[in-house]
Design a protein around this ligand. Structure first.
Ligand SMILES: *[C@@H]1O[C@H](CO)[C@@H](O)[C@H](O)[C@H]1NC(C)=O
Ligand SMILES: *[C@@H]1O[C@H](CO)[C@@H](O)[C@H](O)[C@H]1NC(C)=O
Ligand SMILES: *[C@@H]1O[C@H](CO)[C@@H](O)[C@H](O)[C@H]1NC(C)=O
Ligand SMILES: *[C@@H]1O[C@H](CO)[C@@H](O)[C@H](O)[C@H]1NC(C)=O
Ligand SMILES: *[C@@H]1O[C@H](CO)[C@@H](O)[C@H](O)[C@H]1NC(C)=O
Ligand SMILES: *[C@@H]1O[C@H](CO)[C@@H](O)[C@H](O)[C@H]1NC(C)=O
Ligand SMILES: *[C@@H]1O[C@H](CO)[C@@H](O)[C@H](O)[C@H]1NC(C)=O
Ligand SMILES: *[C@@H]1O[C@H](CO)[C@@H](O)[C@H](O)[C@H]1NC(C)=O
Ligand SMILES: CC(=O)N[C@H]1CO[C@H](CO)[C@@H](O)[C@@H]1O
Length: 671
């Protein structure tokens, strides 16, 4: 029997389907002991974050208008008008010849109205491949305008591309100096789809032959927790619902820049939006930096996730296919960049009264220092290991550690014994096939327990052997996570949890993908302007993260290569007296476990799992995905059942499935 699990709601059914399972002769006899092996760090499950595939602009960042302030574009080019189009024959161009709305935003939109024109005329923004129009929402917008000759009214609206107007507002008072206009409107009805635009018009007769300049537009729907300049609600809620406990940001490659000057610069991402120039990100589109350092830190607080702050470490990524072309800052020139990192950290944790950085932070509304413990020096420096080992790592760690001895540092590539101070924490990244992840599920079992701790800072199954599952992605890349891939990730994660005395954190990556414009696949959450797809990998992350023990429990036998294709880890939560058994069956047949407990269960057993549904067209297929058109093919189902004997039960783990069994107990003692 299967029931849809609504997280947080207990769904109980009394008749277990486990009793009817046919037990094959090779059933696994699994004993859960009361012996613990170690405490599980509370940081174990989380995410890595960077703006890629429009995960930030056009994704988590709720701004609806694309290219809102003409940042990072070349004036006069067609590309500068990305996402903007004329309405009723206006002539548009992006210019820096007139003063911009601020020093940081020199570009503005020049709108030339023809001499003869009938009716409203102007331009529109097509959003991030559409705009969601929702009845009942209040949209808050703003823009700047100026004109030497036009002083009439400006009307803004949300409308469908066929011309249905859903919401509108009119402002007056355009003059020869830049002026900011703000407005709010509520759609009278929801739009049937995302094919909507933000339309800006003036009266054709009043404006005939005139030139009007516009700059720095913005349009926000309601945001997560009502934060100004905040997050898109459905995406924020989807991420928050997995309760991540670490948040690595702001990259990823996206801190590095294509050149040294294009690196992510913290102090250009704070303060008024008008003071943020934006930058050419590493992933092929300009970043507005509306999602800046404070937004990230507040977001991590909202998630109750510990931030892992990525610091630029002296390299940029000029060309992904030619490491030899990457600019590396020589040792003698590194100091200004170390200072930049020190200033950034002071801004985050410095005292609001006695430090320059802390004062700046307080002036932006946040007096209390943020919680910050982990600093990651660079990103994937295994691509430039020589300079990292020779001086880059040490220079940053020595300088930052001297000023902030409490901070802990993560290296991005393997240690070199020549280094002092020694590496304590290392970030490993793993993108590979299902079979790689299952084969490596035991890789940390034999790592030395010598004080070095690991962060699996990026991992995902990215390929399959079945090319028919690839969609339009070339060269073996998955378009979406599959059930098979998710089961392989879960198998690997049982190894991470079992070895969480050396693996202190892990982050699936990347997290987000706008289906209309992406640079990397697969991603854990896919979306367009109005829809969200939670992938099979998403549900695995959620199942592992929501069901956390405080201690790893020993089992007999232990999960080893001998028990493949069943992989498991058992844990105990000493706050809730719950035992969790997480199991991945990566095989293509159902497998039975005769489970015996060294403790007694009080109440029901609940099994939550994802697997190929038994009564559906995709029954028995394992390379299936949740997609933008079929987002709920694979969702967790929960099955709660009583067991006749309090210390044993049999359970069938379906072919290619991930299951978390949770059991309430009372007599495990206190750990
Ligand atoms: C659990 O601990 C007891 C007592 O120390 C020991 O006899 C037993 O072998 C342990 N079991 C496992 C599976 O480690
Ligand atoms: C990047 O490097 C590769 C390999 O050297 C070269 O073929 C390619 O043209 C380079 N691309 C750019 C944009 O420079
Ligand atoms: C940012 O910091 C650098 C020094 O690290 C400084 O040169 C620059 O002027 C600062 N920019 C802003 C906008 O404060
Ligand atoms: C994928 O194909 C390779 C090469 O044929 C094989 O070694 C590997 O086991 C296959 N992996 C899976 C998950 O089928
Ligand atoms: C611990 O062992 C690993 C693997 O041999 C080694 O890379 C690392 O440097 C060691 N750490 C310490 C602190 O000795
Ligand atoms: C998955 O595998 C089955 C069986 O090999 C195949 O028929 C199907 O086309 C594959 N792809 C998808 C997307 O289901
Ligand atoms: C649970 O275990 C942790 C880690 O050993 C410990 O700090 C905490 O006090 C324990 N809580 C209870 C209620 O036993
Ligand atoms: C589990 O299955 C085994 C083998 O069929 C059977 O002997 C045993 O009684 C079952 N245990 C429970 C608790 O149902
Ligand atoms: C603008 C941009 O970067 N587009 C890219 C989006 O992702 C696809 C698939 O990787 C690329 O082909 C585009 O160049």
């Amino acid at each position: 029997m299967r029931l849809l699990l609504l997280f947080g709601a207990a769904i109980i059914c009394l008749l277990p389907d486990v009793q009817s399972a046919i037990v094959p002769p090779n059933a696994l006899n699994l004993r859960l002991t009361t012996n613990t092996s170690h405490v599980i760090p509370p940081t174990l499950y989380g995410y890595m974050w960077e703006d890629i595939n429009h995960s930030g602009d056009g994704g988590l960042y709720a701004e609806l208008l694309q290219n809102r302030a003409f940042q990072g574009v070349i004036p006069g080019t067609q590309n500068a008008l990305n996402a903007w189009q004329p309405y009723n024959g206006a002539f548009l161009s992006v210019t820096s010849k007139t003063k911009g709305v601020s020093d940081a935003l020199p570009n503005s939109l020049q709108v030339r109205i023809p001499k003869v024109v009938n009716g409203p005329i102007g331009f529109e923004n097509t959003g991030f491949w559409g705009i969601k129009v929702q009845q009942g929402w209040t949209y808050k917008g703003s823009f700047y305008a100026k004109s030497d000759t036009f002083t009439g009214k400006v009307a803004v609206s949300l409308k469908s591309i066929q011309g249905t107007v859903f919401a509108s507002h009119t402002v007056g008072g355009v003059s020869k100096d830049w002026k900011k206009f703000t407005f709010e409107f509520q759609p009278i009805t929801s739009a049937p789809n995302d094919e909507n635009v933000f339309n800006v018009v003036v009266d054709g007769k009043a404006a005939a032959g005139k030139i009007i300049h516009f700059g720095m537009f913005s349009l926000f729907p309601p945001t997560f927790r009502g934060r100004e300049n905040g997050m898109r609600i459905d995406l924020a809620e989807a991420l928050a619902a997995t309760r991540p406990s670490v948040w690595r940001f702001p990259g990823g490659n996206n801190i590095e820049g294509h050149s040294i000057d294009q690196r992510w610069k913290w102090n250009q991402t704070i303060g008024r939006l008008e003071d943020r120039p934006g930058r050419i990100g590493d992933w092929g589109y300009p970043d507005t930096d509306g999602l800046g350092l404070l937004e990230y830190l507040n977001w991590a607080e909202d998630l109750e996730a510990e931030p892992i702050l990525g610091i630029w470490s002296g390299i940029s990524v000029a060309n992904y296919s030619d490491f030899g072309t990457w600019p590396v800052v020589p040792e003698q020139d590194l100091q200004p960049y170390i200072n930049e990192a020190l200033e950034e950290i002071e801004f985050i944790i410095g005292d609001a009264k006695t430090t320059k950085g802390g004062k700046l932070r307080a002036s932006l509304g946040r007096a209390e220092p943020y919680n910050l413990r982990f600093i990651e020096i660079g990103n994937e420096d295994q691509f430039q290991p020589a300079s990292y080992a020779a001086y880059r790592w040490k220079a940053f760690v020595d300088a930052i550690g001297a000023k902030y001895p409490r901070l802990e540092f993560l290296a991005t590539t393997l240690p070199s014994t020549a280094l002092d101070p020694p590496y304590r924490r290392i970030d490993f990244h793993m993108y590979n096939s299902p079979s790689w992840f299952t084969t490596n599920a035991f890789m940390f079992d034999n790592y030395p327990r010598n004080g070095t701790m690991y962060f699996i800072g990026e991992y995902a199954v990215t390929s399959t052997n079945d090319t028919s599952a690839l969609g339009d992605i070339p060269s073996g890349r998955l378009a979406y996570p599959t059930l098979q891939g998710a089961a392989a990730e879960a198998a690997f994660m049982t190894g991470l949890e079992r070895n969480s005395d050396v693996v202190f954190a892990a982050a699936y990556a990347p997290s987000f993908q706008h289906i209309r414009n992406y640079q990397w696949t697969p991603d854990i959450i896919t979306y367009d302007a109005s829809r969200v797809v939670k992938s099979t990998s998403y549900y695995v992350q959620q199942m592992f993260s929501l069901n956390r023990g405080t201690h790893v429990l020993k089992t007999s036998p232990a999960s080893t290569a001998d028990s493949v294709p069943l992989f498991w880890v058992a844990s105990y939560n000493n706050e809730t007296s719950t035992v969790f058994l997480k199991v991945s069956n990566t095989g293509t047949a159902d497998l039975v476990a005769n489970i015996v407990l060294d403790f007694r269960i009080t109440g029901f057993v609940t099994a939550t799992s994802i697997s190929s549904p038994s009564l559906s067209p995709i029954s028995g297929l394992f390379n299936v995905s949740n997609t933008i058109d079929e987002p709920e093919q694979i969702i967790p189902v929960a099955n709660s059942f009583a067991i006749p004997l309090p210390d044993r039960f049999n359970y069938t783990f379906p072919a290619t499935s991930v299951t978390v069994i949770s059991m309430q107990t009372s007599n495990l003692g206190s750990f």
